[in-house]
Each structure stands twice: as structure tokens, then as C-alpha cells.
Design a protein around this ligand. Structure first.
Ligand code: GLN
Ligand code: ZN
Length: 759
């Protein structure tokens, strides 16, 4: 069986089609053709690989949670949808927002909020539900796609986001409202969908309830019971799917549901298998998620067969085998990679290879290991070579990690003392202005990078090109009157990949794209071995930028936790260990920047919150090593060197203690989107260090006015003293267009200047 395929296309066809549709160069019919071709190809690949239970409705033009919102007609009022099917333009407006009118009459319709799907870097669009939300069946997508596959001769298993997970992931529009109150109404729509699928000929439906891997309160547990008591009355067989976490204390709840099958993640939690076998009903199917859907390593077939042996004996054909979760989290096809190091290729499996592993495992279980002897031997050999390979071990790295002590992770002096020293070493006005690092990545920058990568532009010419970009943004920032400048990051394709390309122990793919949100795809580097830094990675750019001005230029690095989180990392040692190795490499870079005369260094950790384990009781341990790694990376500098960090697009309220523990001199946060919540959180814990207030929502093409920003700053000044505040955009500017950025930064600097005047 399989839970879902990547949908973006091996050559990013979906991105081109969707963005073309937005730009008006691709019409709806052409977009729908591209989407149909993607689905057909995915189904064909699964059928060819021998997958016997193939999903449908795992495809999405943007996001599967948004698809669910449209399916059940939960379109918030501001989008002006008056019932009936949700059309394509409304669908994309929900995702991206829109602006009506111009000038003073401009009305901005904000998109749905976006947030991370459990502990992944995939973002879903958050449904907004309130006491007055009504549901109505408003899309035929699941049935249409089922029929589409049927026409190709494939009877699929449609996949839907489960009703309880959908409600729990929603945001209440009224404080204190429990979205679970809407369950009965929502179930009516789900019932209709299930009936329609049954009428079309479906035999199974998959309802994804990853909430079963989270800490559930009694109300949520009751909701699960109620939902499946109701839905199991329909004729369709239901497979409830969980992933990313073990069932833990929800195991009885899950196994007692009156459903036909249960899918569990045995990659993250193989240890739950014996208990599952004890609790499972005599006629329930167990779908064993044993092929890692979140990572790119080749399966250890022998080990997996041994794990599943007892299950096979007990369950026979009630045991299904599949990936741990949808394969949307891994790249399409290893075979299309041409430039990976040769030794690495036999260790890897992308989506297509994972399909083959799935059918291989099924055969090995049903027909016995002898039936797959050759493949089994090849797998054993690949696993053994990888673990013993000298290419993953780098002398000295493990020793350096072992030698780390807490003192390596502490600044020389406490913050109050550093603040006094830095007042001398880095003179700044009150409410200093700065940016988060990147400046617009213009088509010229992208073209130059591509020409350099393909060998058309020499190293020297490329360096000169980047330097001219740096000179340009330095001049621009000086003219605008910013106080702390940045070099603009023109040399970086991506804040993680740039470092992955330069650190040893990493390999980068050419086409290993995965969807991060909508049409934004990323190419996570593969961290396969001990991490070392052969040479400085950013120093020459920062030094060049600093040579152009007397104003302080901020050095710009990605933090160890974010590099870990946004890479496919080795699974042969704990993540904490790998993170410490990255931290040491970043530490060396920080010290080199300091030695090159850079007085302010920002180490970005936007993924710190995302790495938080799904289960509460595992969180403290994670936060402990994650903040230790950040400090290992940053704490070695002199008291007079100012360490900044930046975080964005996550709720930090529940990790405030860890944020304090990072012991930075300045933290810049996104605030334009989250309405000052964070400032209140920081004020509540009596945060002492500098706080960079994000006053410009960089995900929107709207340029904030000076008045708006001024109001924003004065609001913040009600909560925090002026001496603590910095003024900056929410995040990097790389996705914005240069004219918007110039105007927005001018307004930002003006607003900061106004705010400096004594009232
Ligand atoms: N320094 C990075 C930039 O400005 C930070 C990006 C991020 O937080 N995601 O682009
Ligand atoms: Zn950011």
C-alpha cells in the first residue's frame, strides 16, 4: 500500500502551471491538464511498482488541508463565497489573499494563516472555524479523482484529512470556542462524501488522523470515538491513518475504533508493534508504515522483515506494508539525480524507490525471504557498506563533540555586562533599524547563479557580480538611513542549501525538490556523514560588505538547529549528536567572522520551534540540546560582539524559556502577522535583551505606510521599553520585489525616526 505521492512533478511541472495560472499565462484548462497528467503518472508509477492499494485525492493544487476546507465549504466570510462549489480563484485567494480596488479605497483580503504540518517543514493553511461556521459539501474533487483513476483501470483508496484532525488543526475565530463542537455538522458532510465515493465504486477510504499521535484531552478522545462510530456505519471500509509519532496512550483508543484498518508509523515507533498486535481486533487490517516517508535512506529490508515477522504470523493477509507517511515529504526519483557522489546513491531511496521497497517487503513477507534473496542481499550489503564507510566518519569530529562542555556553551559575561560593553563597541541610536538579511533575489541574481552553476560564468566573474550586488544594497541601506546593514545574501540560493554545499558530510541534489508550501519547493541537502567546515563559508562576503562602510554590517548565518531541521539527516546516530557537529562548524564560522572585524553576527533559527517533538513529555529534552547547540555555535565570541538571532512564523509562547536560554543580545521576530502576541509573551517573561520588532509583513506585496508602522511601534512601546526595541521587517526580503522593498524600508526608517523624537 501507499499513503500518497509527491505531487509537484519530477521537473516541478505543477509549480510552473500554478504560477502561470496566477500570472495569467496558463488558463484553467491547461492547469487542469497538467494536474491530471501528474495524477495519472503517479498512479501509473504505483501500479507499475506493484502497489496493491493505491491512494487518490492525495494530489493537491496547493494544500490538502485547504482542499478539505473547500470540500466542506468552510470558507470564511471575508472571501465573499456565497455557497455552492468553491471555484479555482476562490481556492487560490484563500491561499494567497487578494487586494480589491486601489488608493484609499484599497481593501485587503488576508489569506488563511499558514502553519507547519506537525513536525515537518510542510505548511498547511489553517481553517478558521467559529460558532456560526456552516458546512456544506462544496467540491467533487475526491470523487472526480477516484473516477479519473478508475478510467485508467485503477481502483484507488481515496484519502481525506480525518474530521477530528481537521477540527483540531483549525483556529477558533472566537476566543474560547472549541472547534470540536462542530463535529456533528462536519460528520454530515463526511458521510455524504463517503457515500458518494461508495456509489462511485470505492471500497476503502483512508482518513488521516495524525492527531492520534499527539497528546489528546478527553474531549478530543471522545470526538474520535463519536466520529468513527458514526462514519463506520457507512458501507465503505475505513482505514484510519496515523503518522509522525507513536500512538502511545492513544493506542487503546485507536485499536478499539470500529474501523476496518489502522495505519501506524513503525519507523518512528517500531516498539509499539507488540502492543498493537495484542490489542488489534480479530478482523482489523494493520497497515505497517515501515518505509521511511520522511527521509531518503534506503530501507534495511532484512531488519524490517524481522520486525514484521511476528505480525505476519498473526495477521496474514490482514497485514499491509507501506511507507510511514505520504511520500510527499521526499523527492520523486533517485534515478534522475546525476550529480550525487557515487558512493551515496546505493544508500538512498526517493519516492519511486520507496514504492519498490514496499512491494519487495510485501513479497518477502508473503513468499518468504528466499523469494527475494538477491534483493535482500543487495540491501544487506548497502546497509553494511554505509555503516562501515570511511566516508561518513571524519577523524576528530566525534572527539570534538565529546569534549564539549557546558562552558563551551556559555558567553563570557552575563547579558547586562555585555550590553554595557556593546554600547561602547557598537554605538547605535535608540530604536535601531536593520533588516533580517536577504535583499530581493532579482531575476539577474538567479540568472547569474545559474550561469555560474552551469560553468558559463567563471568563479571570478560570479564573485564580481555578487560583490556588485553587495555594493548596491550597502549603498541603498546607507541612503535609506538604516543603522545596522546587511550584505543582502545575493550568493545564497537558500539559507540551508548554501551551507550544505560548503560543509563536508553533506551532499546536495540537483532535482530533489519537496513542497514546503504552495508553489514554494525546497531542496533539502542530504546530511550523510560527520560534519566539518573545510573553509570559511561567508567571511569574504561579509568582509567585503564591511569594507564599504563604517556602519556596522551584520554577519549572517543559519543556525545549527535549522540546518538540521531542513536537511535529510543521517539516521544512524541521534539527531542531537548530528546537531552538535553542525553547531561546531557554525561556531568556527562565527569566530572567523568576528576575527574579520564583523561586530554583529546573526544566527537564524526559524526552525527551532518546528523541531519540537509532537509529544509534550519529549519536548524538554529536545529544547535542552537545541538551545545548547545554538549556544555552542554562538557563545565563543567576545562580550563586545553582538549576537542576534531571528525566528519567524511560529508560535513561540510555549517555548519562551528556551528562547530566553539562548542568551542572545538581540532577537528579531515576526510580529506584523501575529499582532504583537510575541511581544506580550516576551514581556511576560521579563525578557531583558534586545527585541527586533517585525513591522513589515514580507509575505504580502502591500507596502506598509509610515503611519501604520508608527502605530505599530507605539503599540510595542506600551509593552516594552524603548531601550530594548529594534525596528526591522518580519523576515528576509528575498521573495519581494525591489521597488516594494525600497518603499517599505523608507517608511520603516521614517517611522523609527519619528518614534525617536521625545513626545
Ligand atoms: N537571513 C534569512 C533571510 O533574510 C532569514 C530567512 C528566514 O528566517 N527564513 O532570508
Ligand atoms: Zn524569518
Amino acid at each position: 500500500m501507499n499513503l500518497g505521492m509527491p505531487r509537484i512533478g519530477p521537473r516541478r511541472q505543477l509549480k510552473r502551471a500554478v504560477e502561470g495560472y496566477w500570472a495569467g499565462t496558463v488558463d484553467a484548462a491547461a492547469l487542469s491538464d497538467v494536474a491530471r497528467a501528474r495524477r495519472a503518472e503517479a498512479w501509473r508509477q504505483q501500479a507499475d511498482a506493484g502497489i496493491d492499494s493505491i491512494p487518490s485525492n492525495d494530489f493537491s493544487l496547493y494544500d490538502q488541508v485547504l482542499d478539505t476546507t473547500c470540500l466542506v465549504g468552510a470558507v470564511p466570510e471575508r472571501f465573499g463565497h456565497d455557497g455552492g462549489p468553491v471555484d479555482l480563484d476562490t481556492y487560490f485567494t484563500l491561499a494567497r489573499g487578494t487586494t480589491h480596488g486601489a488608493g484609499d479605497g484599497t481593501r485587503v483580503v488576508a489569506p488563511l494563516e499558514m502553519t507547519k504540518w506537525f513536525d515537518t517543514n510542510y505548511h498547511y493553511l489553517v481553517p478558521e472555524l467559529g460558532p456560526t461556521t456552516g458546512f456544506a459539501l462544496s467540491s467533487t474533487k475526491p470523487v472526480d479523482e477516484f473516477n479519473e483513476a478508475l478510467a485508467l483501470g485503477i481502483v484507488t483508496r481515496p484519502v481525506l484529512v480525518g474530521p477530528v484532525t481537521y477540527l483540531l488543526l483549525s483556529k477558533a475565530t472566537v476566543p474560547g470556542f472549541s472547534t470540536l463542537e462542530l463535529l456533528p455538522a462536519l460528520l454530515e458532510v463526511y458521510t455524504r462524501v463517503l457515500d458518494a465515493l461508495a456509489a462511485a465504486g470505492a471500497r476503502w477510504v483512508q482518513l488521516d488522523e495524525p492527531c492520534l499521535g499527539t497528546d489528546l484531552d478527553d474531549e478530543a478522545r471522545r470526538a474520535i470515538d463519536v466520529a468513527y462510530a458514526e462514519l463506520s456505519r457507512r458501507t465503505l471500509k475505513i482505514l484510519v491513518a496515523t503518522y509522525f509519532s507513536g500512538l502511545g496512550d492513544n493506542l487503546e483508543l485507536a485499536t478499539e475504533l470500529p474501523v476496518a484498518g489502522l495505519h501506524v508509523d513503525l519507523v518512528r515507533h517500531p516498539d509499539q508493534l507488540p502492543r498493537l498486535l495484542d490489542h488489534l481486533d480479530a478482523d482489523t487490517v494493520l497497515s505497517a508504515g515501515v518505509v521511511d516517508g520522511r527521509n531518503v535512506w534506503r530501507s534495511d529490508i532484512g531488519r524490517t522483515l524481522r520486525l514484521l515477522g511476528p505480525a505476519q504470523d498473526r495477521l496474514g493477509d490482514r497485514l499491509w506494508v507501506g511507507p510511514s507517511c505520504s511520500l510527499q515529504h521526499v523527492p520523486h526519483d533517485l534515478d534522475s539525480e546525476t550529480s550525487l557522489p557515487a558512493h551515496l546513491v546505493p544508500w538512498l531511496a526517493f519516492a519511486r524507490q520507496k514504492l519498490d521497497e514496499t512491494t519487495l517487503l510485501t513479497r518477502g513477507l508473503v513468499e518468504g525471504p528466499d523469494a527475494i534473496a538477491d534483493a535482500l542481499a543487495a540491501s544487506d550489503a548497502a546497509v553494511a557498506t554505509r555503516l562501515a564507510s570511511p566516508l561518513i566518519a571524519h577523524p576528530g569530529v566525534q572527539e570534538r563533540v565529546t569534549a564539549l562542555t557546558r562552558t563551551n556553551a556559555a558567553r563570557h559575561s552575563p547579558y547586562e555586562r555585555r550590553r554595557e560593553i556593546q554600547r561602547q563597541s557598537i554605538p547605535l541610536p535608540p530604536l535601531p533599524t536593520t533588516t533580517i538579511g536577504s535583499f530581493p533575489q532579482t531575476p539577474e541574481i538567479r540568472a547569474a547563479r545559474q550561469r555560474h552553476a552551469s560553468g558559463q560564468l567563471s568563479d571570478d566573474a560570479y564573485r564580481e557580480f555578487c560583490q556588485s550586488e553587495i555594493a548596491h544594497v550597502i549603498a541603498q541601506q546607507r541612503d535609506l538611513g538604516l543603522d545596522v546593514l546587511v550584505h543582502g545574501e545575493p550568493e545564497r540560493n537558500d539559507m540551508v542549501q548554501y551551507f550544505g554545499e560548503q560543509l563536508d558530510g553533506f551532499a546536495c541534489t540537483t532535482g530533489g525538490w519537496v513542497q514546503s508550501y504552495g508553489t514554494r519547493y525546497v531542496r533539502p541537502p542530504i546530511l550523510y556523514g560527520d560534519v566539518t567546515r573545510p573553509k570559511p563559508m561567508t567571511v569574504s562576503w561579509s568582509r567585503y560588505a564591511q569594507s564599504l562602510t563604517d556602519l556596522p554590517v551584520k554577519g549572517m548565518l543559519t543556525g545549527p538547529v535549522t540546518i538540521l531541521q531542513w536537511s535529510f539527516v543521517r539516521d544512524d546516530q541521534p539527531r542531537s549528536e548530528t546537531c552538535r557537529q553542525i553547531a561546531l562548524a557554525v561556531r568556527d564560522e562565527v569566530l572567523d567572522l568576528e576575527a574579520a572585524g564583523i561586530r554583529i553576527i546573526q544566527v537564524d533559527e526559524p526552525a527551532l520551534r518546528e523541531g519540537l517533538p509532537i509529544r509534550h513529555r519529549e519536548r524538554a529534552a529536545y529544547l535542552d540540546w537545541a538551545s545548547e547547540c545554538f549556544k555552542v555555535a554562538t557563545a565563543a565570541v567576545a562580550d563586545g560582539t553582538q549576537i542576534h538571532t531571528h525566528m519567524c512564523y511560529a508560535e513561540f509562547g510555549d517555548i519562551m524559556d528556551a528562547v530566553v536560554a539562548l542568551d542572545v543580545d538581540v532577537i528579531s521576530i515576526e510580529a506584523a502577522r501575529s499582532q504583537m502576541d510575541l511581544l506580550n509573551d516576551l514581556a511576560a517573561v521579563h525578557y531583558q535583551a534586545g527585541i527586533g520588532l517585525g513591522v513589515y509583513d514580507i509575505h504580502s506585496p502591500t507596502v506598509p505606510s509610515t503611519d501604520e508602522i508608527t502605530r505599530f511601534i507605539s503599540q510595542a512601546l506600551k509593552v516594552l521599553p524603548a531601550a530594548q526595541l529594534w525596528v526591522n521587517p518580519d523576515c528576509g526580503l528575498k521573495t519581494r520585489r525591489a521597488p516594494e522593498v525600497a518603499a517599505a524600508l523608507r517608511h520603516m526608517v521614517d517611522a523609527a525616526h519619528h518614534a525617536r523624537q521625545p513626545a
